[in-house]
Ligand binder design. Structure first.
Ligand SMILES: *Cc1c(COP(=O)(O)O)cnc(C)c1O
Length: 375
């Protein structure tokens, strides 16, 4: 295939998953986090592969991602880690989707909803140990709600979790201490909540003694972790395109909107069919680079919505259709692009656009996912 596409290598995903599985104790579950279209990699392909690899749970941000997984036949337990509003509780009950709850009133409404179907809705309670995002802030409030929810016939408290801010070891330990204090109090009250979890990818690597019963792995499965790992991580996605046109500029000619780039020498320019609407950050204007035939070509001028231009003066004998690397495991890496664009790797992955086809490579098989066919 030529044109802008994201190639997703499922053997790299397997490698990362299995390396983590070997590192995490056997009695600790792994939740594979597949929110945001599996960090841009394709929700269903990644979830199916993880299910095949034996993942224990899948984590998503909202109920619609969870429903999509069920629509595609995923049977693995699914946790919605964000807020679900009551109008969607029937979806959760119907599709056996575990919800995150941090409010007694929500638990009561969910219990009522599940009673209509005579089903038991699973929930994980969220504890805010300091991040100050979602969750119960007060231990006593969480505990009194647990004691109440325990009596609900159609709700089961399956899990309890918190999330780390990862400022530094000291701050993280303060969060763990709060979480441990909560767990100790629940134990004293003989409340047993089977699945307790706190760590994301970085937490799982940095705090092996704090895995509790589950770790929630996102970035690391896709090949990225900002802490040193005992094994090599393999990036799962490569972002590529092909040259659309080549042209020659005289000294003094401008390129693109506002002529942000002006040729200071006779310049050979390649036009690429990829822009910020595909997920290539506009911040790469006059700053980023791509790699063609193993050589760097700087992005020149303002990056447009659908196209951009690169300086290929130093790259002899190029042709229209030649392959261009926007990022892959060699160069530029996703980390390099993120640094130049002044963002992080997850944002770049998550923003690879829906109009960009995904090529899913699994051993010898290649599947093309073309989201635009669905409109
Ligand atoms: C996204 C998310 C994760 C996964 O984070 P990574 O750093 O990508 O591993 C874990 N837990 C929660 C609550 C999340 O929102």
């Amino acid at each position: 295939m030529r044109g802008t596409r994201a190639e997703v290598d499922l053997s790299a995903l397997s490698h990362n998953y299995q390396s983590m599985r070997a590192m995490v104790p056997e009695n600790v579950k792994i939740a594979g986090i597949v929110k945001a279209n599996a960090y841009g990699h394709d929700l269903v392909s990644i979830a199916k592969k993880l299910e095949q690899l034996g993942v224990d749970y899948l984590g998503v941000a909202n109920i619609f991602e969870a429903k999509s997984l069920r629509n595609h036949g995923i049977e693995c337990p699914i946790l919605v880690m964000g807020k679900t509003f009551e109008e969607d509780y029937d979806l959760a009950v119907k599709h056996d989707i575990t919800l995150t709850i941090f409010d007694l009133e929500d638990a009561r409404k969910l219990n009522l909803n599940a009673s209509y179907d005579n089903k038991v809705a699973k929930i994980h309670l969220k504890f805010d140990s300091g991040f100050n995002r979602l969750g119960y802030k007060e231990i006593h409030k969480l505990i009194s709600d647990v004691l109440e929810i325990k009596n609900y016939e159609f709700v089961e408290i399956e899990g309890l979790f918190t999330h780390l801010a990862l400022k530094n070891v000291e701050a993280d330990e303060e969060q763990f201490d709060k979480f441990d204090e909560l767990l100790k109090k629940l134990k004293e009250l003989q409340v047993n909540i089977p699945i307790k979890h706190a760590c994301d990818s970085i937490g799982a690597v940095a705090y092996p003694s704090k895995h509790y019963n589950m770790v929630r792995l996102g970035a690391i499965l896709y090949g990225y972790c900002s802490r040193k790992t005992a094994f090599e991580l393999k990036p799962v996605m490569s972002f590529k395109t092909n040259i659309s046109q080549i042209k020659y500029l005289e000294i003094g000619e401008g390129v693109g909107y506002d002529y942000l780039f002006v040729a200071k020498r006779k310049t050979t320019l390649a036009v690429l069919p990829v822009g910020y609407a595909d997920g290539l950050p506009r911040n790469l204007s006059n700053a980023g680079f791509v790699v063609i035939n193993g050589q760097k070509a700087p992005i020149i001028g303002l990056l447009c919505m659908d196209q951009c231009m690169v300086d290929v003066t130093e790259l002899p004998s190029l042709s229209v259709g030649d392959e261009v690397i926007l990022f892959d495991e060699h160069a530029p890496t996703l980390s390099e692009v993120a640094k130049i664009a002044q963002t992080n790797r997850n944002e770049l992955l998550a923003r690879i656009a829906i109009r960009v086809p995904r090529l899913i490579l699994d051993e010898e098989n290649i599947t093309r996912i073309d989201y635009m066919d669905r409109f």
